[in-house]
Design a protein around this ligand. Sequence first.
Ligand SMILES: [Zn+2]
Ligand SMILES: [Zn+2]
Length: 254
Amino acid sequence: MRLTVLGRSPASPNPGEACAGYLVEGEGSRVLVDIGPGVVAQLVEHHHPDDLDAIVVSHMHADHMLDLVTLRYVYPWRLRPKEQRLRVVLPPGSADQMLDLAKGVGSARHFEDCFRLSEHDGAAPIAAGRITLTPVETQHYIPCWGFRVEADGRRLAYTADTAPCPGLSDLADSADLLLSEATLRSLDEDAVPPEPRGHLLPAEAGAAARDGGALRLMLTHLPVNGNGSWASDAASDEFGGDVELAEPGRAYEV
Ligand SMILES: [Zn+2]
Ligand SMILES: [Zn+2]
């Protein structure tokens, strides 16, 4: 299985980088997980979107889904035959939000005429060609699901956005590669108590990977301007081994 990082920025973009977007390929299939601002420009450097078996979205924050608007413009401005429409799998309960977004950018049919929209149910595995993605609910400011992504007998676990929570532990459990958010530079950047938290410190990503027995840990969705060793060093101290930083444009064998 191969992971290509199309974007690793948190909501506030790192200079020159896209927000969340990860291309996963395995067993002849291809899925894009998350499609934040800037991701489509990176995707079309390598592939036409029709080369994808599906796009799967973790949650409805803009930094994970807003480039669906942009993606529409890759296609001619007319109705596509249903069987040709690109499959887009959204989180449960997102249909109204997509409709509002479509109206906001000019047409209630902005997405439907071009994409096959559906929602996952928060638990059942999603088949994108021969790649299987199992949603695992995380703790975030809005409903959010990470994914266990399986192909070629390998397991990539993507945390999406999360605070420390049981879902994070499930994702880390025996992952060949844990692709973990590490958005916080300090706890002051998270929600103010008693509001529940929604993101991780790099050290918390390291602890989750260690406790779950993940073989490799890669940090993403973090502020980096030049050197990201502040994050990988802190995560490594907890993990007890080398920690990689997701590098935009790079492909990794899982
Ligand atoms: Zn979010
Ligand atoms: Zn995010």
